[in-house]
Structures are given as structure tokens and as C-alpha cells.
Design a protein around this ligand. Structure first.
Ligand code: DX5
Ligand code: ZN
Length: 220
């Protein structure tokens, strides 16, 4: 088995109190934070960039792990700024990378772990080809069309997780989008071990319980 981690997405949190919301998630037992960076080009929505990540890092302290999910058209452009702002995992979209192999190397040169995400319409074979030539630290399988929180979980994406797990038994494989206690068992059965969950945790009046339930279900 592999270590299972729960990473709340704060996209649907009260962005006017982002630092406090991040601290609240960590106090509720989050293993890491999933920060959704959107540029309005790669996805039809805009959130925040490295200046905000820098303030979040100041607010939560040095130790919590932050993954920046880069839903941006030029992921090469922000590697250094995000590293300097305190990001630990830099997850770019395969669909947006000019040269994914080189980008993974550049991310690592800046001292971050390299994650590679694929949208629902992207075949897992494209990600497997990349991992064959240049291993990433995290593979992120989108289970919604990126751009917004609160969408429904796309169960057919579990085929991609199963395929990745079969070829890479120890790779960190994440799922992102519409994940909650009602569908976590599909993710567990397919072999995911990094669980991003936004609305299911954010809209709960007991986020600690949701995080605990997700962790118990994924590692059962
Ligand atoms: C969507 C983001 C996801 C999303 C997850 O583009 O990448 O991280 O915020 O939130 P839920 O769990 O509400 O789909
Ligand atoms: Zn995300």
C-alpha cells in the first residue's frame, strides 16, 4: 500500500480570509493544501497567483506542504516565482506545457516536486508516455473539467487512475474534482493516494470529520 494524503482545495473557501481558511484546514487535519491557480486563459476563470501564495506561506508557517495546481497557459513562466513564494509541489497541465520533460527538470531545479495533471479529455497514454521519458513526483487525474469547484465527480476517470497505478505502483497519484465521502471508495479502489477535495470539505460544518472519513476510506 502507499501513504494516503488528503489535500483540501480552498477554491470555494472565503477568499477574503484565505490565510485563516488555510490554517483552519490544517487544524482540521489536512495533510497538505491544494491551491488552485487559474489565469483566465487555460480555464475560463481567474483566482490568484504567486503573490497570494507568498502571503499564505507567511500565514501558515514553513512546514505545511502546499501544492499549486497551475491551470495556466504558460506554466513554464511561474516556476521560479512560485518556488520563491513557498510552493512545494508545482503541478502543471500536460495540455499547456511546451516541453513537459524540461519543465519537470526546471521545477526540480527550483527545489519543488513536479506534478503533472491531465484534463478529462486527455488520454492517460499521454501521461504514461511522459512518465516513461521523465518521471514526475505526482500524477494528477482531473475528475472534473478544470475551472470551478462544486462540480460532479467523473467516475470514468478512475480507468486512468487504475492504468497509472498498474504501471507505477509507488507513484503519488492524485484525483481532483468532485471528490467527497460519497465517491472516495471509487478513488481508493482505483489506486489513488492523494485526494483533493474542495466543496465536500468547505461546505461541511465539521471539516475535520470529512477529512478523517476521506482518509479512512482511501486507506481502508
Ligand atoms: C477545479 C480545481 C479543483 C476543485 C476541487 O478546477 O482544480 O481543485 O477546486 O473542488 P471540488 O472538490 O469542489 O470539485
Ligand atoms: Zn485543483
Amino acid at each position: 500500500a502507499y501513504q494516503c494524503k488528503i489535500g483540501p482545495s480552498i477554491l470555494n473557501s472565503d477568499l477574503a480570509r484565505l490565510g485563516d481558511e488555510c490554517k483552519r484546514m490544517l487544524e482540521c487535519g489536512a495533510d497538505y493544501l491544494h491551491l488552485d491557480v487559474m489565469d483566465g486563459h487555460f480555464v475560463p476563470n481567474i483566482t490568484f497567483g504567486h503573490p497570494v501564495v507568498q502571503c499564505i506561506r507567511k500565514s501558515i508557517g514553513d512546514s505545511p506542504v502546499c501544492e499549486v495546481h497551475m491551470m495556466v497557459s504558460k506554466p513554464e513562466q511561474w516556476v521560479k516565482a512560485m518556488a520563491e513564494s513557498g510552493a512545494n509541489i508545482y503541478t502543471f497541465h500536460l495540455e499547456a506545457a511546451e516541453n513537459a520533460e524540461q519543465l519537470i527538470k526546471d521545477i526540480r531545479m527550483e527545489g519543488m516536486k513536479a506534478g503533472c495533471a491531465i484534463k478529462p479529455a486527455t488520454p492517460v497514454s499521454k501521461l504514461l508516455d511522459l512518465l516513461y521519458t521523465q518521471m514526475a513526483d505526482v500524477a494528477l487525474v482531473m475528475t472534473v473539467e478544470p475551472g470551478f469547484g462544486g462540480q460532479s465527480f467523473m467516475r470514468p476517470m478512475m480507468e486512468k487512475v487504475r492504468e497509472l497505478r498498474k504501471v507505477h505502483p509507488t507513484l503519488d497519484i492524485g484525483v481532483d474534482g468532485g471528490v467527497g465521502p460519497n465517491c472516495i471508495h471509487h478513488c481508493a479502489e482505483a489506486g489513488a493516494n492523494m485526494i483533493v477535495s474542495g466543496s465536500a470539505i468547505m461546505r461541511s460544518n465539521d471539516p475535520r470529520k470529512v477529512i478523517t472519513d476521506l482518509r479512512n476510506d482511501i486507506s481502508s
